[in-house]
Design a protein around this ligand. Structure first.
Ligand code: AR6
Length: 172
């Protein structure tokens, strides 16, 4: 089941929230900054350990930590592509973020997961195309998986919320 919410992802009570991180895994602005601020230092400590072991996180890949003080149980950190005109693999890399986050969720036994609008802030991915990619990728995943019970798109801004609502209301 897919749900749509407008709000702050750090407040959502689900098994896992997804973070729009960067390849360093060491935090930043936007939703990444909000998650580390609200979740406390435990998340960054686990990110540092992952970084020491595997050197950060590639674009389109995902890693998982616990969620510190957040109401969620886990944080799945994925790294979206920086928009650079659209001919540098950005759409496929963005789809990989959703796909790999969901695969990691299934491997961890997660049943409810919340996504922010990855890459549509500091990384400047056009919101309309990003919404289409997010929704179609998630729908494709749900068509072959029966373990994830709920996927929530958490839109922070009005524009993203309207774009998602329009697509979800008509079934895509
Ligand atoms: N809850 C939900 N969504 C949020 C929140 C929040 N609390 N805060 C912002 N957003 P961005 P990116 C939305 O910039 O484009 C960081 O520095 C925001 O409105 O957070 O993938 C990382 O470390 C936007 O729609 O992520 C990277 O360096 C969406 O989250 C870089 O930014 C994503 O915006 C990643 O850039």
């Amino acid at each position: 089941m897919i749900r749509l919410i407008q709000g702050d992802i750090t407040k959502i009570e689900v098994d896992a929230i997804v973070n729009a991180a960067n390849t360093s895994l060491l935090g930043g602005g936007g939703v990444d900054g909000a998650i580390h601020r609200a979740g406390g230092p435990a998340i960054l400590e686990e990110c540092r350990q992952i970084r020491a072991k595997q050197g950060g996180c590639a674009i389109g890949a995902a890693v998982i930590t616990t969620a510190g003080r957040l109401p969620a149980k886990y944080v799945i950190h994925t790294v979206g592509p920086v928009w650079n005109g659209g001919h540098n693999g950005e759409p496929e890399l963005l789809a990989n973020c959703y796909r790999h986050s969901l695969q990691l969720a299934v491997e961890t036994g997660i049943k409810t997961i919340a996504f922010p609008n990855i890459s549509t802030g500091i990384y400047h991915f056009p919101k309309s195309e990003a919404a289409t990619i997010a929704i179609t990728t998630v729908q494709q995943f749900l068509a072959t998986d029966n373990t994830i019970k709920e996927i929530i798109f958490v839109c922070f801004d009005e524009e993203n919320y309207a774009l998602y609502k329009e697509r979800l209301d008509k079934g895509q």
